[in-house]
Design a protein around this ligand. Sequence first.
Ligand code: ADP
Ligand code: MG
Length: 698
Amino acid sequence: MKTATLSEEFGSLVFDDRAMKARLSGEVYRALKQTIKQGQPLNPAIANAVAAAMRDWAVERGATHFTHWFQPLTGVTAEKHDGFLSPAPDGGVIMEFSGKELIQGEPDASSFPSGGLRATFEARGYTAWDPTSYAFLKGKVLCIPTAFCSYGGEALDKKTPLLRSMEALNTQALRILRLFGNKDVRRVSSSVGPEQEYFLIDRELWKKRRDLVYTGRTLYGAKPPKGQELDDHYFGVIKPRVQAYMEDLNEELWKLGILAKTEHNEVAPCQHELAPIYTTTNIATDHNQLTMEIMQKVAEKHGLVCLLHEKPFAGVNGSGKHNNWSISTDTGVNLLSPGESPYENAQFLLFLVAVLEAVDEYADLLRASVATAGNDHRLGANEAPPAVVSVFLGDELTAVLEALEREEPYIGSEKPEMMLGVLTLPRFLRDTTDRNRTSPFAFTGNKFEFRMVGSSNSIACANIMLNAAVADTLGRFADRLEGVSDFDSALHALLLESLRAHKRILFNGNGYDDAWIKEAVEQRGLHNLRTTPDAMKALLEKKSMEMLIRQKVYTKAELVSRYEIMLENYCKTIVIEANTMCEMARKEILPAVERYACAVAETAEKKRALVPVLGCGYEKHLVEKLSALTDQIEAGTVEVESALASLATIADVPELAESIRDLLLPKMAELRAAADEAECLTAKDFWPFPTYGEILFG
Ligand code: ADP
Ligand code: MG
């Protein structure tokens, strides 16, 4: 795409506002916009008109099918294609797509996880159009973003609770804005800009590694002599092949209306990052799912593979997603941005303190929202945030809150200009915050950056919890402040109280430091939930459940089902990894090491045939070591296999997950250690698959 045509091509595959305006009658367009903005139901006549316009638009662009595109709890997106063609009475075909087909679909849902929901309620699921996220074209298919529910209305997907959480946040934030005298704002929504990290590796090398092919991460692999010590990759020169990939990827994303902005090399070799321009959480989530899909597709075209796993290589930086989150009004005000007037600043402080309280109260839920088998390898290892949730505010804002807490005026770098009752506030400057990249939840001037999300996770879960927790806190604040006679004093007292109760969550230091983890757990009583089985329990905590139910984000049945499904995913993932390890050990590693040991022994024999007095100490030594290692690898494999066999008898999912963590994972680590040692001793030509060095520096 030439730059000159960028504006034409941008969003060319999206039935966006431009397309709607051009193709819908004024009346239909206004009704649809009303639905999008205010969440009002769409009447059937309007739906028919929208469907017809959408179909014509898609067919003109070569579409033959349509699909309800949704996000079941498998973590990937799903679609079921239906043709536009219907038989016509005259024996030919006509292009059909009704309002009913646009609004509701009925995919065969039995293959998607429901955690018992469908068994309890209804066998089938249905999809419902989400008009707030634009329809788009993927090849010859018109994709309609939809929510996926059971017939009882129980959510079977990630979009439904996300939309509910946005609604909750809207409701509670509006109450607060009204208290500050704001009558114009009609809607408050959360926005997200997710920065996506990923690895790009050569496809031919990838094909040769069963672990990468089956599980997305390396299950074996000795450390190469050169790692990321030199930091020479960060913002390094992007290699031409990667550059071509990025250009191609940008084009594909732009056509889908996804404005990918910066792409630079990350710290690890072969690691890169993509940042889109932020948008409404709901659309950002759809876009991020699409982005991940397209990243992988485009890589294939370039002879590359895009790895989205959180920890594809042990000992090398993992990949995450930085979930940049803010709340703003339909009048264009970012509520996490300090304002110009005293009232705006007081309002900013209220929202800020509400976020702190929410994160402290529901830190375990936030941790649970990013818990997966893959992310367990990343959190707390090599340049990733720890499993302990804390908030970074930066020096200036921290000083402001400390002054507030001491009930003293804040004397900042600038003279205090803003006054409200006893609140004396400085004029905050947008970029005064120093960057702390070790914090899991950092304030970056006008937004919070939640860095614990895993690179392959949907961002939905994290934002559902964040929106819900903040909505709940704002609701509590509104309950306290509505109807008071002296608003300023009541506000001041409330902020003070909340701050005192929740300041333990604030931490501006180095989050990677072991001393911090100790302090966090022992002195501050913060959670350190290291693994998914530990973290997922938060979903069933009474306090969390009550909050999520109160905010109408989840029902109890939905939470219980999600808990089961997430743990099931955890179990399945690790069992597949363990099976893959055994297969690689038996079919590739052991035969290779044997062949090499044999070759060494033959060499010694030949040498001795030539010069009988030779001791062949080196060969003997090596064969001895290799034989010991093959014994160890075999024993390790047997251990993993028997652990797998004993786990197969556990039916209770939470118990299975804990046993996998406590019994299987350590055995897998032992097997790996033996194999990695063997790799270091085996000649290059004999090793059966590409090494870390070849993949990362090849
Ligand atoms: P960096 O964090 O590297 O300094 P930026 O701050 O420019 O980069 O943005 C990082 C990401 O945060 C981008 O995806 C950007 O769109 C997003 N972002 C910027 N402002 C907001 C906001 N108000 N709300 C949500 N996301 C935002
Ligand atoms: Mg960032």
